[in-house]
Write a protein that binds this ligand. Structure first.
Ligand code: UD1
Length: 338
């Protein structure tokens, strides 16, 4: 298939580009580079040994999107584009709603006008809100999100399921990601956050590299095996392969499916720190700090539906995730900047 990736130069998308091409698909990328660099796509080309057709454009720009669909026969779209910083979304909610919702509406209108009705969407486990019980299953009631970023994911899920209800020829797969970490094993592509990272693994790698002094472990009095927060960390290459399976599924079925992409295994903050230190032989100094508002004790997936419907399951373990994250950081201390 010829697959369009919106936000195609980002962390999860670049890994997905590589896996799609490995599986024999062609890719077209659109990205406005507000939160990514063209260099990331150059590295994808280097890994894949093939060129990637890319457009610098904003998905809210209907004429640019129309041009992409006029110039390419697109069989399916994976919609990664979107603003994604939880804390920032609390401060500038309108920008998050405007950008994430508008881009999705413009994309869907353009797809419909060109008869392309297969869409895979980057949703998030954040839509489950504060869980009553774990593991989380797709049919559990979502009680509401704790921040505007999460609400944009929630709203887009509703919009897309409404599109399918109105026109059953559409095929939509809503992928709820758990906590993606790790990097491609080549060490050439990886996560490249702007400024001081908010998420755990990029923070750990910057501490290990000596760029930040120490990790603050947010809370050690949670109801978990060691008191620190438990999450379902998934290797980004496993996650990328989940997208390849979702595209294959969308090509063979119509309708709307919600699918968790997680491992089903929860690890605590200290499990991550200890494993990272052990496999990489590098210290990660930390202090115990107060809980971070909005955090929950434990959040992990029931990944059974992905296996049943997509024939996909995560294969890499925590050691792989820690090793690959460190290889990326140590080989690219300034990310994609030379
Ligand atoms: C967060 C977002 C989620 C988003 C995801 C993207 C919230 C409430 N949730 O998930 O919506 O989809 O990122 O990957 O923000 N931790 C520390 N010290 C740190 C950073 C994190 O102890 O410096 C802990 C956290 O308390 C948590 C765990 O590490 O227990 C994971 O945190 P993080 O990587 O930020 O992900 P989530 O909060 O699970």
């Amino acid at each position: 298939m010829n697959i369009l990736l919106t936000g195609g130069a980002g962390y999860i998308a670049t890994h997905t580009c590589v896996e799609l091409m490995k599986a024999g698909h062609d890719v077209v990328v659109v990205d406005n580079y507000v939160n990514s660099q063209p260099e990331a796509l150059r590295r994808v080309e280097e890994i894949a040994g093939r060129s990637v057709k890319s457009y610098e454009a904003d998905c809210c720009d209907a004429s640019a999107m129309n041009r992409i669909f006029d110039e390419n026969r697109i069989d399916a779209v994976i919609h990664f584009a979107g603003l994604k910083a939880v804390g920032e979304s609390v401060h500038i909610p309108l920008r998050y709603y405007r950008n994430n919702l508008d881009s999705t509406l413009t994309l869907c209108e353009t797809m419909a006008a060109h008869g392309c009705k297969r869409l895979v969407f980057s949703s998030s486990a954040t839509v489950y809100g504060v869980p009553d019980e774990v593991p989380l299953r797709e049919d559990m009631f979502c009680k509401g999100c704790t921040n505007p970023y999460g609400w944009t994911k929630y709203m887009i899920e509703k919009i897309l399921s409404g599109v399918v209800e109105a026109d059953p020829e559409w095929s939509v797969v809503l992928l709820r990601y758990f906590n993606p970490i790790g990097a491609h094993e080549s060490g050439r592509i990886g996560e490249n956050p702007n400024g001081i990272p908010n998420n755990l693994m990029p923070y750990i790698t910057k501490v290990a590299a000596g760029q930040l002094k120490q990790l603050s472990v947010f809370g050690n009095d949670y109801d978990t095996h060691d008191g620190t927060g438990v999450r379902d960390y998934i290797h980004v290459v496993d996650l990328a392969r989940g997208h390849v399976s979702a595209c294959d599924y969308a090509a063979q079925h119509t309708g709307c499916e919600i699918i968790n992409l997680g491992t089903g295994v929860g690890y605590s903050v200290l499990d991550i720190v200890n494993t990272f230190e052990r496999v990489n032989h590098v210290p990660v100094p930390y202090v115990i700090a107060p809980r971070r508002p909005g955090d929950v004790d434990a959040c992990y997936a029931d990944p059974g539906k992905a296996e049943r419907l997509l024939g996909w399951k995560a294969e890499k373990n925590l050691e792989d995730m820690c090793r690959d994250s460190w290889r990326w950081q140590s080989g690219n201390p300034n990310g994609y900047q030379a």
